[in-house]
Design a protein around this ligand. Structure first.
Ligand SMILES: Cc1cc2nc3c(=O)[nH]c(=O)nc-3n(C[C@H](O)[C@H](O)[C@H](O)COP(=O)(O)OP(=O)(O)OC[C@H]3O[C@@H](n4cnc5c(N)ncnc54)[C@H](O)[C@@H]3O)c2cc1C
Length: 354
């Protein structure tokens, strides 16, 4: 059986990002890489959005960037502008195509469907696949989005609606998210923060239909693309085999209070490649103990006081746009953390600290 220097299990966002980063930094000229991926074909399956707080490799896969965003509570709307850190959406189809065509030029890189097809005992292994089914009774961000196209120009393409809480909350936390890619094309998502067991929250088609008709006032449209997902808002417990380095969502790259993962994956890939020659000696990369601590309290509040969350999110966005973006993108300093903490209802957060 063939043996490789590096093995990446799971050729999704994290696996391919790491392979690409290794390739463009000439780390696969003398070394070999096997990617273990079960999917039959790569096609657009997700839209990755985030605030661009540092440069990444995928500007040519960006569908659109925005500098303005709103957040709506049931009784008001708040608008923010930020020119320094645009909000970007990446087309996963373009991302897969770009990376796979680059990787196909290097004969040191091979794809396999199963780890059992190769010899792995002496390889450095990066894993992005959850080992077991995750606990559905814990907190998840679950959602469905549709990209719609309208015959007339109706969207303001310069402004996104990050969270619209003008909707049925059903004792959990629910909001809609609208990303206008052009004047007549937008991605609209219904998003829930809840346990995954409650099937009654998953009538996503109906939720989207009602929101588009009643809140956005759009009657005539066609659906170009649908995406559906569930992001665990907890860190999976992983077997700590010291030969395996976990990456992606399985490697704790999701920011638990937001679900944002894409840019953390990019940062982690750069970190791995920088330290690749001494990867077992390098410190384990994480998003920062500070954010783990703060998000843990935030999620406890969210679980016990879901009805307070629209107001809490709304107030958080009353901080300056730089502060809130840096905080949500794990790039805030202590003063900025404090400015966000001061926007939170102190008593219930203090209670959840202990
Ligand atoms: C629909 C959707 C939208 C999202 N939108 C955003 C967003 O806007 N912004 C953001 O920051 N994050 C977003 N996320 C969260 C996160 O960025 C993505 O989930 C991202 O794809 C995580 O990358 P990953 O490599 O960990 O997992 P994946 O991209 O899911 O990659 C895992 C890969 O492993 C493969 N695989 C599975 N089982 C096996 C096996 N046994 N053997 C080999 N291969 C296997 C899968 O086919 C897949 O290709 C979204 C998630 C989803 C599901």
């Amino acid at each position: 059986m063939k043996e490789f220097d590096y093995i990446i299990i799971g050729g999704g966002c994290a696996g391919l990002s790491l392979a690409y980063e290794l390739e463009i930094n000439d780390k696969l000229k003398e070394k070999t890489l096997a990617i273990i991926e079960t999917r039959e074909e790569y096609k657009r399956d997700k839209t990755w959005s985030f605030w661009k707080v540092f440069n990444h490799n995928f500007d040519d896969c960006v569908i659109k960037s925005w500098n303005n965003f709103t957040i709506n509570s049931p009784d008001s709307s708040h608008e923010l502008t930020n020119k320094k850190f645009p909000y970007q959406s990446i087309d996963s189809g373009k991302f897969y195509k770009k990376i796979n065509s680059k990787l196909s030029t290097n004969s040191n890189i091979s794809f396999f469907k199963n780890l059992s097809e190769i010899k792995s005992e002496n390889s450095i292994i990066f894993n992005s696949v959850h080992e077991e089914e995750l606990d559905k009774s814990k907190l998840w961000q679950h959602f469905q989005g549709i990209e719609i196209e309208t015959p007339k120009n109706i969207f303001d393409e310069e402004i996104i609606n990050l969270m619209d809480f003008n909707c049925d909350q059903r004792n959990d936390v629910h909001f809609f998210y609208t990303l206008p890619f052009s004047k007549n094309r937008a991605l609209i998502e219904t998003t829930w923060l809840s346990a995954l067991e409650n099937q009654s929250l998953m009538d996503y088609d109906l939720q989207l239909e009602n929101y588009i008709k009643n809140n956005l006032g759009i009657k005539n449209y066609k659906i170009n693309f649908t995406e559906k997902g569930a992001i665990p808002l907890f860190y999976p417990s992983l077997k700590s085999e010291n030969k395996i380095i976990n990456i992606g969502s399985a490697g704790g790259m999701t920011r638990l209070s937001t679900g944002y993962t894409f840019l953390n994956i990019q940062e982690h890939s750069k970190y791995i490649v920088k330290n690749i020659d001494n990867i077992y000696g390098a410190k384990i990369f994480n998003l920062g103990k500070k954010y783990q601590f703060l998000d843990n309290i935030f999620l406890k509040v969210l679980k016990d006081y879901p009805e307070k969350m629209p107001k809490i999110f709304f107030n958080m966005f009353k901080a300056s746009s730089d502060t809130v973006i840096k905080f949500l993108s794990n790039k805030s300093n202590l003063i900025e953390d404090l400015l966000i903490i001061l926007k939170m209802p102190k008593w219930i957060f203090l209670k959840k600290m202990f």
